[in-house]
Design a protein around this ligand. Structure first.
Ligand code: FES
Length: 164
């Protein structure tokens, strides 16, 4: 179970039951479950399949096709790197490579310590100050590799202090 967001299979079933009669019910159900749990737990796939009279493979195919759905628990911090044109012109490609190397993950993955989930995004509305990233609700501009390392280290240190 995800220790960041508490949920149980009974709640997942309630989401499915409340939405299964809607037209095009699969997407509302997947959004509902992801809102509840923070991701689509593998255990929910057979429940969805039963409710919609589809196969688990069909449900799995949809979940994995759309990047907005995730099948692993999210990290404590959601981190997005802008890949749109203006940020690319200001060095986001090099920043992306650095971010992935620093965190040891690719897009749509979560670090092993569950601190960070990494996603790509196309424009954060901060184009003049690229390269831009968003951590949680905070948009940060002019991000250099050094600045990124500092941000990550600060957030990780805060998390360690809270736990100890
Ligand atoms: S292109 Fe990156 S914030 Fe707009």
């Amino acid at each position: 179970m995800n220790d960041l967001v508490q949920w149980d299979l009974q709640e997942v079933q309630e989401v499915i039951t409340s939405l299964k009669h809607k037209p095009g019910a699969l997407f509302p159900i997947l959004h509902g479950i992801q809102n509840l749990a923070g991701y689509i737990p593998a255990e929910s796939l057979p429940l969805i399949a039963d409710a919609l009279h589809q196969t688990r493979a069909e449900i799995h195919g949809v979940v994995t096709f759309y990047h907005l759905f995730r099948m692993t628990p999210p990290g404590r911090h959601s981190l997005e790197v802008c890949r749109a044109e203006a940020c690319q012109a200001r060095g986001s490609r090099a920043l992306e490579a650095h971010v992935k190397a620093k965190l040891g993950i690719d897009y749509h993955q979560t670090t092993t310590d569950r601190e960070f989930s990494l996603e790509d995004v196309y424009c954060l509305g901060n184009c003049a100050c690229g390269p831009s990233i968003r951590i949680g609700d905070d948009i940060i501009g002019r991000v250099t590799p050094e600045k990124f390392d500092q941000l990550v280290d600060e957030l990780t240190t805060v998390a360690l202090e809270i736990r100890s």
